[in-house]
Design a protein around this ligand. Structure first.
Ligand SMILES: Nc1nc2c(c(=O)[nH]1)N(C=O)[C@@H](CNc1ccc(C(=O)N[C@@H](CCC(=O)O)C(=O)O)cc1)CN2
Ligand SMILES: Nc1ncnc2c1ncn2[C@@H]1O[C@H](COP(=O)(O)OP(=O)(O)OP(=O)(O)O)[C@@H](O)[C@H]1O
Length: 188
């Protein structure tokens, strides 16, 4: 893949992260409440599994959206330059601090293939294009994990982070939907 494409991704990441970090706390709190309401309205049955994530840093949303998922929720565990591992979310007491300010679940590691059993995967992203190309943090964790998934992939971003175009590399797995604070879930 050309370094020009990598450079465009890196430049776009910097712009988006700077914009995210400039958002005031009251805006973030309102977005988190809106996203929690949208997540609670998702069509997920109690017996199903959702792979979700706990927002960190300037990402939209907060831990409260996990409470609205009345089903089995798996959270990612980083294990190096490999697909993400997964463990069940059992509440705040079952979380421990990890790299980059993340909180990760401390329960039994279910293995990278656990994501294949999900009915829905909520994916962190810095941006997503209208044709489903996702820009992540640039470490390839989700890129390595998402080829294992057949369920719908939904990127969670701010409304202004749904872009006409995001640079795409062959390994980038397309999103099926996008969840934003103002518009809720939209299928792409
Ligand atoms: N919430 C969340 N969990 C996740 C991811 C993610 O992107 N978001 N990951 C996706 O692969 C993996 C962890 N990878 C990460 C890699 C870098 C940073 C990071 O750069 N953090 C910045 C703050 C970013 C921000 O403000 O949004 C930092 O600590 O400065 C975070 C997570 C698995 N869990
Ligand atoms: N399936 C894969 N197997 C091995 N390496 C991969 C795979 N997918 C992506 N990578 C590598 O991971 C690195 C980051 O890729 P990319 O810039 O697309 O990350 P991203 O989608 O922004 O981040 P992330 O997936 O961590 O959220 C690149 O060096 C890429 O070559």
């Amino acid at each position: 893949m050309t370094s020009a494409l990598r450079d465009r991704k890196a430049a776009l990441r910097s712009l988006l992260l700077a914009a995210r970090r400039s958002l005031p706390a009251d805006v973030r709190a309102a977005e988190a409440a809106a996203l929690a309401a949208h997540v609670a309205a998702l069509d997920v049955a109690p017996g199903q599994t959702v792979c979700a994530f706990l927002p960190v840093g300037s990402e939209p949303g907060d831990a409260s959206w996990l409470d609205g998922l009345r089903c089995r929720v798996l959270l990612p565990v980083v294990t190096g330059a490999s697909p993400l591992d997964w463990a069940e979310h059992t509440g705040a007491a079952g979380l421990a601090p990890a790299a980059w300010g993340l909180l990760e679940p401390t329960g039994t590691r279910l293995g990278a293939s656990a994501i294949a059993g999900a009915s829905l995967v909520l994916v962190p992203a810095l941006a997503v294009s209208v044709d489903g190309v996702r820009l992540g943090k640039g470490q390839g964790h989700y890129d390595r994990s998402l080829p294992l998934v057949t369920a719908p992939l939904v990127a969670v971003v701010r409304d202004c982070e749904v872009l006409d175009e995001v640079p795409a590399e062959p390994h980038d797995v397309r999103m099926n939907g996008v969840l934003t604070p103002s518009a809720g879930l939209r299928w792409l």
